[in-house]
Each structure stands twice: as structure tokens, then as C-alpha cells.
Design a protein around this ligand. Structure first.
Ligand code: CP
Length: 310
């Protein structure tokens, strides 16, 4: 149903397939409003969630998506596995596949590890975030949320604000939004902007107020201290004053702007709590659309059966 067997990233991913995933996700979004939020589309399909890195939203929404599609689902946690006894990544994945599984959802701190996994196993592989590389399902749920809000992606002006350098969310959003015809401006401290920005076909500004005036929506990113060496953001107070989505800054702009955040948020750093909880944000809509988007991706990649009303 989709051109590619796996979903490893959105760089070069076909626009027609992004559109199919989003359209199908809106059908599943409607299922989530029913009293019984479950369809039999993936009955008999077995999916393993391989998480080598912490997660709240992605792990739970994948698991919920699997249950709501009636798939059999197993969770793997690296910290309690035989990896701790020295078993290799290759042996671990091949042993899991030997138990007759159909798909793997993997989060791993090493960029490129989902693609590496395709060398070892034949199952469908979905990247749930690989280090600083890509987080394609987050970008799809972000695009679905923009679609829900604006009814289109083509021509939309999206500001991506913050720590772009360490953000897999930023990279997947850039690739996806560009493919779908949106305009993207990155905004953040120059030392947190990747050097290859010109190759990405996006603009850059270090003036957040100008970006707010330009944009239809802002996707605000977390400062990822765990992925930084020391000193990239010497003062969070200074960061907040230049690049924080503060309530004062939002009040000073007399325009409607939609605020997004992939989570987890650092309240009081990249976004004020009052903005995060305010009317302009669609953060919790993103989270709900994450379940629908992941249902759509699993359904399309795992050969789901057509179900009445879906
Ligand atoms: N947005 C996101 O990937 O959140 P988690 O790390 O909690 O999964």
C-alpha cells in the first residue's frame, strides 16, 4: 500500500505516501472518538516495540495504536534484556524475529540504527527516533495536526524554534514539510543550527519576533541537554529571553499563531507554562493525533485488512 517496506525517515519519502498516511490517520482519528476504540484490522499481526531509549508519548501511543488495531504486541526493554549480559544487537534482533514476528518499532540513541537493523531481519521496521537523526512518526503526527488546523500543508509557513542541531523532530519535520510544499524557517542560537542548513532548502533567522510575525505555526523544540556537550547553552535565562515562547512575547504580537511542541517540554525554558496551557497551543491534539497517525502507519505497512468505516 506504501512504496517503501519500512518507515526509516522522511528524507526522500514520497509525498503521495505521506498524504496517504495522513488521510488514513484521519479515518482512525474518528475510531478514537467511538465508545469502543478498537478495530480488527491487524488481527494475527505481531509487533515488537524495541526501545533502547526513554520515551513516554511515542512508546505509549505505539502500544495503544497496536492494541486498537487488535495486533499482538510485545514490549522489549534494553535495560532488562540479555544485552546486559553482552548479547549483540544482531543476535538480540534475530532471536526476537525467530519467534515469528511481523514488525518492529525501534527507538535507539544511535543515528541510522533502524536502517542497520534491516541488514539482520526481514520484518517491517518503523523508526521511533534514532538519536539526532530522524523521528518520522512525530513529523507525520505534526503534519496531521497542521492539516487538522489549517486544512492544508502546501504554502503553510512553519517556524521551527530551538535546538535544531540535536533534534530528530526538526530534521523529519523539515523533510516532510518541504515535500508537502510548506515553507520552513529555522530559529535558534547559531551554534544550535546545523552547518548543512543550505542543503535542507530552509531559511534561518535568529530573530524570534520576526519569525512569529511571518509564521502560521511554530514548532517549539526542547533544549536537549542530554545530547549536548557542556556550554552550548551557557544560560537558560538568556536562552529564554532570546528564543523562549514567553507569555509576554506572545502578548506583544497581535496575531493568531498556532504553537506546537513534540514534548517533553522544559516549562520556563523554551516555552512558558501559561503559553503551553493556553488556547493557541495544539500540544495535546498532537498527542492524540500521534495514536491515529501510528495506527495509520502500522495499518498501511503491516497489510491491514479493510474494515467497514475505516
Ligand atoms: N515526542 C516524543 O518523541 O516524546 P517521547 O520521547 O516521550 O516519546
Amino acid at each position: 500500500m506504501l512504496e517503501q517496506k519500512h518507515l526509516l525517515g522522511l528524507e526522500g519519502y514520497p509525498g503521495k505516501d505521506i498524504q496517504t498516511i495522513i488521510d488514513t490517520a484521519f479515518n482512525f482519528r474518528e475510531v478514537l472518538d467511538r465508545p469502543i476504540k478498537k478495530v480488527p484490522s491487524l488481527q494475527g499481526v505481531t509487533i515488537v516495540n524495541l526501545f533502547f531509549e526513554n520515551s513516554t508519548r511515542t512508546r505509549i501511543s505505539f502500544e495503544l495504536a497496536q492494541k486498537r488495531l487488535s495486533a499482538d504486541t510485545v514490549n522489549f526493554s534494553a535495560s532488562s534484556s540479555s544485552l546486559k549480559k553482552g548479547e549483540s544487537f544482531k543476535d538480540t534482533s534475530q532471536n526476537i524475529e525467530a519467534m515469528k514476528i511481523d514488525a518492529v518499532v525501534m527507538r535507539h540513541p544511535t543515528p541510522g540504527s533502524p536502517k542497520h537493523l534491516t541488514n539482520f531481519i526481514d520484518s517491517v521496521i518503523i523508526n521511533a527516533g534514532d538519536g539526532t537523526h530522524e523521528h518520522p512518526t512525530q513529523a507525520i503526527l505534526d503534519m496531521m495536526s497542521l492539516y487538522e488546523k489549517f486544512g492544508k500543508l502546501k504554502g503553510l509557513r512553519i517556524g521551527i524554534v530551538g535546538d535544531i542541531m540535536h533534534s530528530r523532530v526538526a530534521l523529519s519535520n523539515i523533510h516532510g514539510l518541504k515535500t508537502m510544499g510548506a515553507k520552513v524557517t529555522l530559529c535558534g542560537p547559531p551554534n544550535l543550527i546545523p552547518e548543512h542548513i543550505n542543503d535542507l532548502g530552509v531559511s534561518y533567522s535568529n530573530n524570534l519576533d520576526e519569525v512569529i510575525e511571518w509564521a502560521d505555526a511554530l514548532n517549539v523544540l526542547r533544549i536537549q541537554k542530554e545530547r549536548m556537550g557542556r556550554g552550548l547553552v551557557p544560560s537558560t535565562r538568556e536562552y529564554r529571553s532570546f528564543f523562549g515562547i514567553t507569555s509576554d512575547r506572545i502578548k506583544n504580537h497581535k496575531k493568531e499563531i498556532v504553537i506546537m511542541h513534540p514534548g517533553p517540554m522544559n516549562r520556563g525554558v523554551e516555552i512558558d507554562g501559561s503559553v503551553a496551557d493556553g488556547d493557541q497551543t495544539i500540544i495535546l491534539d498532537q498527542v492524540l493525533n500521534g495514536v491515529a497517525s501510528r495506527m495509520s502507519i502500522l495499518y498501511l505497512l503491516c497489510g491491514g485488512k479493510t474494515v467497514e468505516g475505516v
